[in-house]
Ligand binder design. Structure first.
Ligand code: ZN
Length: 255
């Protein structure tokens, strides 16, 4: 399994869609070869970030994450990605810009929308390739009027209801034939980790949501990217810190 960085996702998408992105991170050739070898070549990419989905979580909850593991087994690519932050906002900023947090400057919720650096979503949109995002309202607001389809989901106590809405919008926007890239953010695993709740429950629900999204991507002959944003906020992760840098999985497949 190849080791890469989360920063390479945006670079790979930029190269695939033939748009310019200002980033030092290199596109992942293996993903480009995989995408170009499909017949027909995928017209739409779905990028799902699963909050707190780190590499250990992916392995430890293999039984609950059957659909995700199946996507890898059935002709998918799996990478281990170095993370760039321990927090959601800067990590997602990096996934969408290909820049390190200190270079994109989006470190807290207050910085969202103030950065002059464009995300891959906005860059594609500016080049006439429509994009979509299904994310939390605070992250969605700055994108309003800048990309074609914005689904703003209010944060709420019922995180399964939240993820259900993200899934629903992701699947429904795939009906737009002009769509080229959709970015969505699932949060149940992170919420359960913070609360100390049973993670196997969150893993099963997340896996079910991914299964439904993967089916919809398959119907569009699309390309599906699934990754984590940072290591899970769990006590055992804290104690292991310092030994090896945290990694998250990146899965690329044509379901
Ligand atoms: Zn997060």
């Amino acid at each position: 399994m190849q080791s890469i960085s989360l920063l390479q996702i945006a670079s790979t998408l930029a190269e695939f869609f033939e748009v310019h992105l200002t980033s030092q991170a290199r596109a992942v050739e293996q993903i480009l070869t995989f995408a170009y070898s499909r017949k027909p070549i995928p017209q739409v990419v779905v990028l799902i970030v699963i909050d707190s989905f780190d590499f250990r979580f992916y392995s430890d909850f293999a039984d609950e994450l059957k659909s995700i593991h199946e996507l890898v087994k059935r002709d998918g690519l799996l990478f281990e990605c170095e993370t760039v932050s321990k927090h959601t906002t800067p990590a997602i900023g990096s996934i969408l810009t290909g820049l390190k947090p200190e270079d994109h400057g989006i470190l807290t919720n207050d910085d969202v929308g103030k950065s002059k650096i464009k995300s891959i979503l906005e860059i594609l949109e500016d080049e006439g390739k429509p994009t979509a995002a299904a994310i939390e309202t605070k992250g969605a607001k700055p994108l309003l009027g800048k990309i074609s389809y914005v689904f703003a989901i209010d944060d709420r106590e019922d995180i399964f209801e939240y993820d259900e809405l993200i899934k629903k919008h992701t699947i429904s926007v795939l009906g737009k034939q002009d769509l080229r890239l959709v970015f969505s953010h699932l949060r149940a695993i992170d919420r359960f980790a913070h609360r100390g709740w049973d993670l196997s429950v969150a893993a099963k629900v997340t896996d079910e949501n991914i299964r439904a999204i993967a089916n919809a991507v398959g119907e569009r002959n699309g390309l599906l990217f699934i990754c984590g944003d940072h290591e899970a906020h769990l006590k055992d992760r804290q104690s292991s810190r310092g030994k090896a840098p945290a990694t998250v999985p990146l899965i690329v497949c044509c379901p």
